[in-house]
Design a binder for this molecule. Structure first.
Ligand SMILES: *[C@@H]1O[C@H](CO)[C@@H](O)[C@H](O)[C@H]1NC(C)=O
Ligand SMILES: *[C@@H]1O[C@H](CO)[C@@H](O)[C@H](O)[C@H]1NC(C)=O
Ligand SMILES: *[C@@H]1O[C@H](CO)[C@@H](O)[C@H](O)[C@H]1NC(C)=O
Ligand SMILES: *[C@@H]1O[C@H](CO)[C@@H](O)[C@H](O)[C@H]1NC(C)=O
Length: 762
């Protein structure tokens, strides 16, 4: 594989000692310092180590590649480590020896489609366990810049596949499960997670606008209802150790220089004052906030002024990425762009995180025993396979063509396309080296299937399809692997269109003329499936996203019925014309005039497939036997006393949904609950995801009850000022898309503000 070749080179260049080197609290220079006292409060411990540093030492340690303080026995520390869907190849991490591979789960867009937060939590536990094992062996550090929870607003975004999808509630729940898995629930964190990118980041480039200078104009209503919920979850409710501020500006201020976003909202309003928190800038974000070419030129600041403004606004560590952009905090300090107290606070916050991760706790502390035996375990492999099986979505299945048995000796199967036999294309951005890569062709051959493989185009329109046609002529069934992969869809790689690559459509049209059944397996995120659905011999279409190290096995297990599809699309599949109708830089969600709006909540055109779409090898019916018809807002609020600190987190009446598998095939089923109705500020969204639950292994003709739990956050709406309000009115909970059942109820009484939003400076 290409990536193992790259790793081979990296391990020659980087010394093994590049990873974490824990301070020696037993014998080192800090042994009598309070930081080594495991009984003391984290903030006091962190303050004690910062108090032992002089100003030159402090100033040198405000950057991601921190030199440490050798006088105090603090080794160099690289804050930049990545692990979006498994320990990744990046500068904080040194691969090699027993640490030459790590479990590579599906990308977040595919695990987003599972709607299974027990699974997301388990993935977080496994990734952080492997990450900590790398760190303990001097091959990584304790801070990992994951997850990416920006809602996937526009289908062109090259990094949309790093996120769980377009819905803020789904992303919020995904973030909750993942961060809890990464950090753990005990007093000491397994690793420190970083929710990124705060906020409104979902564009790499659009014409001359780039992520380094884009000013995202977002109304206060849509900022609070759409762009911020995953960050509120991370900061306020999950107490994530770190938040990354974004490249872009929000309403005129670069995110990493914005005291309103980082102090007023993040730290004060969300009470993100726990003992383990720091803000890190996206890499070079502070540089590009200043008056350099291609940047924001915010207030025409020079780099030193931007550094000071960033620190004063609440960013504690500056990541830089490219030569020539290294910040010089000493010069910035000497130019009096920030204060002594700001400097000290930034360092205390950084070290609090390390204290919380047991950095100063000695060899016997929790998680210090994790090692090579905890990486690539059988449980990790099984979970990676299961995640892919759960996340892959069955988009179309004419005449119940799937599942199909393909391993009879007389059956030959054509497997055609750019990723049919290429395992590293299944991984997506920010990947590491998996212990193996089970591409679809390998997986099929391992199952005893006779495969006729042929390559296919990625984007070329002048592709010679003769080999593909002759492979298909020899075969009874054709499986075509197409869509977009991460050489096209990637960081800094936004697209301008979302049509199916025309070269692939041409090959499919030729194959269609053979009058043999075709199964299409699409990867990557958005392309408009319409021309593929129009082909009469395309019997089934599966969407796999980036299914990870066992993606090929998962695809073949689903096609042959060894596993059952139950994933749901975590984003709208827009028609190709959408990108001509919705300017990429328009952040608005609500439609207006010719602007069609964004996401399933607001888009007023016809989607190729809607958010939540997904078929099974059986059918399900659902009913809601009983639910109160009328509830009083004032009674709901008074019943919340003592149940939650924040009223939006107060539980609402659970909905019991009776789900029946009306067929014979055992299958998982995701119960999706969408809220619609006439309440709150107009215009009303079409519907909003309010609650969901994945049921596992429902047998044929079995009825099970899904208890749908939800909180007031799901009923509330956001007003023009950003206040979160519970409104009187008519509410309807719709189960599934297309609808299977619904229940309506009325909230009576006076509207009630659940969260009063702090206003920006005038
Ligand atoms: C804010 O956070 C602190 C520290 O976690 C906690 O003690 C306090 O109760 C929180 N306040 C609110 C209103 O949640
Ligand atoms: C430093 O502190 C003073 C007093 O708290 C404050 O007015 C000032 O804005 C701070 N920042 C800078 C860059 O001087
Ligand atoms: C063929 O597939 C079926 C399930 O589809 C499985 O039970 C059987 O073991 C497979 N046979 C071989 C030879 O792989
Ligand atoms: C599910 O229901 C549809 C519509 O009634 C039907 O066409 C299809 O055959 C059913 N699928 C299965 C697997 O029973």
């Amino acid at each position: 594989m290409v990536s193992s070749f790259v790793i081979g080179l990296l391990s020659i260049i980087s010394p093994v000692s590049a990873g974490v080197k824990y301070p020696d609290c037993a014998n080192g220079p800090l042994k009598l310092n309070l930081v080594c006292n495991t009984q003391a409060a984290p903030e006091a411990r962190a303050s004690a180590v910062v108090a032992a540093m002089n100003n030159n030492e402090k100033l040198a340690n405000l950057i991601n590649n921190a030199p440490g303080v050798s006088r105090l026995g603090l080794s160099a520390y690289q804050w930049w480590n990545e692990a979006l869907h498994g320990v990744a190849i990046n500068r904080g991490i040194t691969w090699g020896g027993q640490f030459s591979a790590a479990t590579q789960f599906p990308q977040a867009i595919t695990t987003g489609a599972t709607f299974d937060d027990v699974l997301i939590n388990r993935i977080g536990i496994i990734i952080s366990t492997e990450a900590r094992a790398f760190a303990n062996n001097g091959r990584a550090h304790l801070d990992f810049w994951t997850p990416n929870v920006n809602p996937f607003r526009d289908p062109r975004w090259g990094r949309g596949h790093e996120t769980p999808g377009e819905d803020p509630f789904r992303n919020k729940k995904w973030a909750e499960a993942f961060v809890r898995g990464m950090q753990g629930t005990g007093a000491t964190h397994r690793v420190i997670a970083t929710c990124k990118h705060y906020a409104g980041y979902d564009l790499e480039h659009s014409g001359s606008t780039t992520r380094f200078n884009f000013n995202a104009k977002i109304s206060m209503q849509e900022l609070v209802e759409y762009y911020l919920p995953p960050f509120q979850q991370c900061a306020r409710d999950s107490k994530v150790g770190s938040i990354m501020c974004a490249y872009n500006g929000v309403n005129g201020v670069p995110a990493c220089l914005d005291p309103y976003m980082m102090d007023t909202v993040l730290r004060k309003h969300w009470n993100w004052t726990d003992s383990n928190q720091y803000v890190v800038s996206d890499c070079d974000a502070v540089y590009y906030a200043s008056n350099v070419n291609g940047g924001h030129r915010y207030k025409n600041m020079n780099y030193n002024s931007a550094i000071g403004a960033s620190l004063e606004a609440g960013c504690d560590n500056m990541c830089w990425a490219t030569s020539g952009t290294q910040p010089n905090p000493t010069n910035a300090f000497n130019a009096r762009t920030f204060n002594q107290s700001t400097l000290d606070k930034a360092l205390v916050r950084q070290f609090q995180g390390l204290v919380k991760a047991g950095y100063f706790d000695g060899v016997d502390s929790i998680y210090r025993n994790l090692g090579a035996a905890d990486v690539n375990t059988q449980l990790a492999r099984d979970t990676a396979l299961r995640a892919a099986e759960e996340g892959i979505v069955l988009l179309k299945n004419t005449d119940n063509f799937l599942p199909i048995s393909l391993n009879q000796s007389a059956t030959q199967v054509a497997m055609i396309g750019f990723w049919a036999n290429t395992a590293d294309k299944m991984l997506g951005g920010y990947s590491g080296t998996p212990p193996f890569g089970h591409d679809p062709v390998t997986a099929a051959r391992n199952m005893g299937i006779t495969v006729n493989y042929a390559a296919g185009p990625l984007t070329q329109s002048s592709f010679d399809a003769n080999a593909a046609v002759s492979a298909a002529q020899k075969s009874a069934v054709i499986i075509f692997f197409g869509g977009i992969d991460n050489t096209v869809e990637k960081e800094s790689g936004d697209r301008t269109g979302i049509a199916w690559p025309s070269g692939q459509v041409s090959v499919l049209q030729r194959l269609n003329q053979l009058n043999k059944p075709i199964i299409v397996v699409r990867m990557g995120t958005h392309v408009d499936d319409t021309p593929v659905l129009a082909l009469n011999n395309v019997m089934a279409v599966l969407w796999a996203g980036y299914p990870g190290q066992s993606g090929g096995t998962a695809v073949m297990n689903l096609i042959t019925g060894l596993a059952s599809p139950a994933g749901r699309l975590p984003m709208t599949v827009y028609p190709a014309a959408y990108t001509g109708q919705a300017p990429y830089t328009n952040m608005a969600l609500r439609p207006s005039g010719a602007y069609p709006g964004r996401t399933y909540k607001w888009y007023n055109g016809n989607a190729a497939f809607p958010f939540g779409h997904g078929l099974h090898y059986t059918n399900f019916s659902a009913s809601i036997p009983d639910f109160p018809k009328t509830l009083s807002i004032q009674e709901i609020i008074s019943s919340c006393r003592g149940k939650s600190v924040y009223l939006d987190q107060c539980p609402f009446t659970t909905v019991s949904v009776a789900v029946t598998n009306t067929g014979t095939w055992t299958s998982d089923y995701v119960v999706l609950g969408f809220l619609t109705g006439n309440f709150g500020p107009q215009p009303y969204p079409i519907k909003s995801l309010a609650t969901y639950k994945r049921l596992s292994g429902v047998r044929g003709e079995e009825t099970v009850t899904a208890e749908l739990e939800w909180k007031l956050e799901s009923l509330a709406r956001v007003d023009g000022k950003g206040n979160t309000v519970l409104y009187p009115g008519e509410y309807t909970l719709v189960v599934d898309t297309p609808e299977k059942t619904r229940v309506s109820f009325t909230l009576t009484g006076e509207e009630f503000v659940l969260d009063e939003w702090p206003q920006p400076p005038a």
